[in-house]
Design a protein around this ligand. Structure first.
Ligand SMILES: Cc1cc2nc3c(=O)[nH]c(=O)nc-3n(C[C@H](O)[C@H](O)[C@H](O)COP(=O)(O)OP(=O)(O)OC[C@H]3O[C@@H](n4cnc5c(N)ncnc54)[C@H](O)[C@@H]3O)c2cc1C
Length: 391
């Protein structure tokens, strides 16, 4: 049996949100454990903001070099891209920042870095590496991963995602980008500037749907000027390998043949309710159930619809509130709210261990307890700590 190490605060996930939380906490004298299964800096530093922006800068230089004469600068010869050199530069920049992150953690007296995947053993205990950790306060900052959209043949063809697209050794001849969000748009423009033909397929009616429409208009105009083909209102429904690349089709159309496909169809939280490891859980209603929370692969449908533990929710809010949880196991009867109101006082960490009924549909809830705080419509978005069970 492993010893249990007690901390004031455990931070699960050493990305760009978990890392500063852990450093600040240690700086203020709290004994803090930071659990990271991969590299400090998470997505942003290792496969997101920093590497993309570094490569985008190289692409911008190529773009400007092609337009040099507009600036009165003459360049003799062809402007080309050495992708290996671009990627090498990107990795150098990332490594130097990452080294800084590790030395900051090393220098923080009250901070222990625990390298390994954290898995909850209970609401207050986390197994990580060969240790069991416990704290009154546990912050989940486990980030997100790319979504795999429902496209026929997706598993059978080689595709790029936002991580592998950062390691390309050549400029693709013709790149199809599935998804016109910020990740898809960044890579589309970057590879177009490196010299690829690029087609962006966007299911919605405009690029960057999370932004205001005038932002989408500006980007679409800029893409047109740069020769990027934007197909809005077009969902790629099937991919198939051909002798020279991949055919991407939508509806009955013949589709287009491209050399490479980059799938950038959104991201989803890493936190999941998993039934792969079970433990007894006694809810406040006295009904014991079995469940655990961890971050890892998405559970199967049968896992997700398993029996649920849950705490009874007591406070109520108006029936119009879209998010609500109630238990669907044998505790359901006792926690059913009065008609016209929904229970709300499930702290996220408690809810995360529950399979819940959401607007009548059986669903598992992701663990969404984050340092930015819990959001409830009736109280606004404010920072607060919710203590885990038993603390
Ligand atoms: C291609 C791309 C470009 C982007 N560009 C920008 C940009 O320019 N500007 C911007 O603001 N944002 C950008 N983002 C978004 C940004 O990367 C994320 O918002 C940010 O990384 C989120 O930080 P985080 O700490 O919440 O999660 P992450 O950075 O994903 O960190 C989570 C960490 O938790 C770890 N972890 C997960 N589960 C466990 C576990 N069970 N045990 C231990 N460790 C675990 C992971 O290994 C990871 O290190 C970009 C994202 C992508 C994909």
């Amino acid at each position: 049996m492993t010893d249990t190490n007690t901390y004031d605060l455990i931070v699960l996930g050493g990305g760009m949100s978990g890392l500063p939380v852990a450093l600040k906490s240690a700086h203020h004298g709290l004994e803090t454990a930071l659990v990271e299964r991969d590299l400090l800096g998470g997505t942003c530093l290792n496969r997101g903001c920093i590497p993309t922006k570094t490569m985008i800068r190289s692409a911008e230089v190529a773009h400007l070099a092609r337009r040099a004469d507009e600036f009165g600068v003459t360049i003799d010869g062809e402007i080309g891209t050495d992708m290996e050199a671009v990627v090498e530069r990107q990795q150098r920049v990332v490594e130097s920042i990452r080294e800084g992150a590790y030395s900051n953690v090393e220098d923080a007296d009250e901070l222990d870095l625990i390298e390994g995947r954290g898995v909850f053993e209970s609401a207050t205990e986390l197994a990580a590496g060969d240790r069991t950790l416990t704290a009154d306060r546990i912050v989940l900052n486990t980030g997100a991963r790319p979504v795999e959209p429902p496209i026929d043949g997706l598993d059978e063809v080689d595709t790029l995602d936002s991580t592998s697209a950062l390691e390309a050794s050549d400029v693709p001849e013709h790149l199809a980008v599935v998804g016109g969000g910020y990740v898809g748009c960044e890579f589309a423009q970057m590879y177009a500037r490196f010299g690829a033909d690029v087609t962006v397929f966007q299911r919605g009616d405009r690029l960057l749907p999370a932004e205001d429409p005038d932002v989408s208009d500006v980007i679409e105009d800029a893409f047109e000027v740069e020769g990027i083909d934007v197909q809005t209102g077009t969902a790629v429904e099937a991919l198939e390998s051909t002798s020279s690349g991949v055919r991407a089709t939508s509806g009955d159309a013949d589709g287009i043949e491209v050399s490479h496909v980059l799938v950038a169809a959104g991201r989803r939280a890493n936190t999941t309710v998993s039934a792969s490891k079970t433990l007894a859980w006694r809810s406040t209603t006295g009904v014991s159930s079995r469940s655990t929370i961890s971050s890892g692969p998405r559970p199967t449908r049968s896992m997700r619809s398993g029996t649920s533990p849950a705490r009874r929710c007591s406070r109520t809010r108006p029936a119009t509130t879209p998010t609500f949880c109630t238990v669907t196991s044998s505790t359901a009867k006792r926690s059913t709210p009065p008609s016209g109101s929904f229970p709300t006082r499930c702290s996220p960490i408690r809810r995360s261990a529950a399979s819940v009924s959401l607007n009548g549909k059986q669903k598992s809830r992701d663990t969404t307890w984050r340092s930015v705080g819990a959001t409830t419509p009736n109280r606004g978005n404010r920072k607060r700590w919710v203590k885990p069970k038993g603390s």
